[in-house]
Design a protein around this ligand. Structure first.
Ligand code: UDP
Ligand code: MN
Length: 352
C-alpha cells in the first residue's frame, strides 16, 4: 500500500463533527500549525545537528511571535517515504491530530524565516487549498523544475488535500512503480537533475497532466518569498540589515518629535515611512524565507555547484539576520552576521 493506511474519505464532514464535539478548540480560518522535521539519526556532518538546532530555533521564534503552533518530527512515519517524501505521511497525520488547524504549514528544516514580522497573507488564499512559491507561465511554458518549490507549502486541512496527497505520493517510493514515474517526470521536465521520482517534479507533473483536476485550488505565490533560493539572497543581507536599521532610527526620531501617543502606532508609522521612502522598490525588503536547498546541512552531501563554505557562511548570515530581529527586542544584536557567537548590547534607547 501507498500513502496512509487506507484513503481518507469524508474528512471535511468528520472534521466538522470533531470540531462540534470539541468546542474548546475554536477553529478559525487563521489557525496555522507549522510542521517541520529531520531525519531520525545523528547527522553525518559534524556541524549538522548544531545547524538543525539553530534552524529549529528560528522557526520556534517565528511561531512564538505570531501565535502559531509548531510540531517537529524526526521519525519516519512510512519506512519507504524517506527524504523529501517523508513529509506527506506526516502532513496527513498532522491534519488528523489537529483538526482545529485550518492550515498545515510545512517548512523544510533547511528553510530559514528571515522576516520575523511578515504575516502569511491567508486572506489571499481563501479559495485555495495548496500554496507554494512559483510562477504559472514558467510552469506551463518552460515546464521547468524550478517553476515551483515544494520545500515550503501551505496546505488546507481538508478532504481535497487528502486526495491530492494520495495522488501525489502514488508517484513516490511507497509505490513499487516509482521508477516509471521518475522517467515520466524526466521526459516532461527537461531540467530535472535528480533521476528518481521527487515530490517537486510530481507536483509539476500533476499540474501539467491533470490540470483540470488540481490547478484551480493551487495558488502559486510569487509576490513575496514564500520560498526564496538562498544563492540569490545571502549576499544582499548585510545591506538589507543596514537599510532596516536606518528606517528604525528615522522612524524613532519622527516618533520622538511627534506626540507621545504616536508610539502606539509605531508599526503603522514604520510601514508608511518605508513606503514614502520607496523602500519596497529598492529591493531591500527582507526576504520572508531563505531556503538552503541543495546544501544538505545534515548529511553534508551538498550540491557540487557550490562549496560547503558558501552554504555554511550563507546559513550563518541568514540565521543571524533572522536572530537579530528577535534579539533586538531583548536588547542585543549580532553586529557581524558572519560571527554567530558575538553579540553587543544595543544602545539603551534603541527602538526595538
Ligand atoms: N526530512 C525529514 N525527515 C527525513 C529527511 C528529510 O523530515 O528523514 C525533511 C527535512 O526537513 C528536509 C526536507 O525533508 O529539509 C527535504 O529535504 P532537503 O531540504 O534536503 O531537500 P532540498 O531542499 O535540498 O531539495
Ligand atoms: Mn530543503
Amino acid at each position: 500500500y501507498v500513502f496512509g493506511e487506507e484513503p481518507m474519505k469524508d474528512w471535511d464532514l468528520k472534521r466538522r463533527e470533531w470540531l462540534k464535539l470539541h468546542p474548546s478548540f475554536a477553529a478559525s480560518e487563521e489557525k496555522v500549525l507549522l510542521v517541520t522535521g529531520s531525519q531520525p539519526n545523528v547527522c553525518k556532518n559534524p556541524v549538522g545537528d548544531h545547524l538543525q538546532l539553530r534552524l529549529f530555533k528560528n522557526k520556534v521564534d517565528y511561531c512564538r511571535i505570531h501565535g502559531h503552533e509548531i510540531f517537529y518530527n524526526n521519525v519516519l512515519l512510512n519506512q519507504k517515504g524517506t527524504g523529501f517524501w517523508a513529509k506527506y505521511p506526516l502532513l496527513r497525520a498532522s491534519m488528523l491530530a489537529h483538526p482545529e488547524a485550518e492550515w498545515i504549514w510545512w517548512v523544510d528544516s533547511d528553510a530559514i524565516l528571515t522576516d520575523m514580522e511578515f504575516k502569511l497573507p491567508l486572506e489571499r488564499y481563501k479559495d485555495h487549498n495548496l500554496v507554494v512559491h512559483g510562477w504559472w507561465n514558467m510552469l506551463y511554458e518552460e515546464k521547468s523544475w524550478t517553476s515551483l518549490n515544494a520545500g515550503v507549502l501551505l496546505i488546507r486541512n481538508c478532504q481535497w488535500s487528502m486526495d491530492l496527497m494520495e495522488r501525489w505520493t502514488s508517484m513516490g517510493p511507497q509505490n513499487p512503480d516509482h521508477e516509471k514515474w521518475g522517467k515520466a517526470q524526466k521526459s516532461l521536465i527537461k531540467d530535472k537533475a535528480y533521476p528518481g521520482s521527487d515530490d517537486q517534479s510530481a507536483l509539476i507533473y500533476l499540474l501539467i497532466k491533470e490540470k483540470d483536476r488540481w490547478a484551480d485550488r493551487i495558488y502559486l505565490e510569487s509576490e513575496y518569498n514564500l520560498h526564496g533560493y538562498w544563492l540569490g539572497i545571502v549576499d544582499g543581507l548585510d545591506k538589507i540589515s543596514k537599510g532596516y536599521m536606518e528606517i528604525d532610527r528615522e522612524v524613532d526620531l519622527l516618533r520622538r518629535r511627534h506626540a507621545e501617543k504616536m508610539s502606539l502606532f509605531y508599526g503603522a508609522m514604520r510601514e508608511k515611512h518605508m513606503k514614502d521612502r520607496g523602500f519596497w522598490k529598492e529591493k531591500v525588503r527582507r526576504p520572508f524565507v531563505t531556503h538552503f536547498t541543495g546544501c544538505e546541512p545534515c548529511s553534508g552531501e551538498h550540491n557540487s555547484m557550490y562549496t560547503w563554505e558558501a552554504c555554511w557562511n550563507g546559513m550563518q548570515k541568514a540565521l543571524n539576520f533572522a536572530d537579530n530581529q528577535v534579539l533586538s527586542r531583548f536588547g542585543f544584536v549580532h553586529p557581524d552576521l558572519l560571527n554567530s557567537s558575538l553579540v553587543s548590547p544595543l544602545p539603551f534607547d534603541f527602538p526595538a
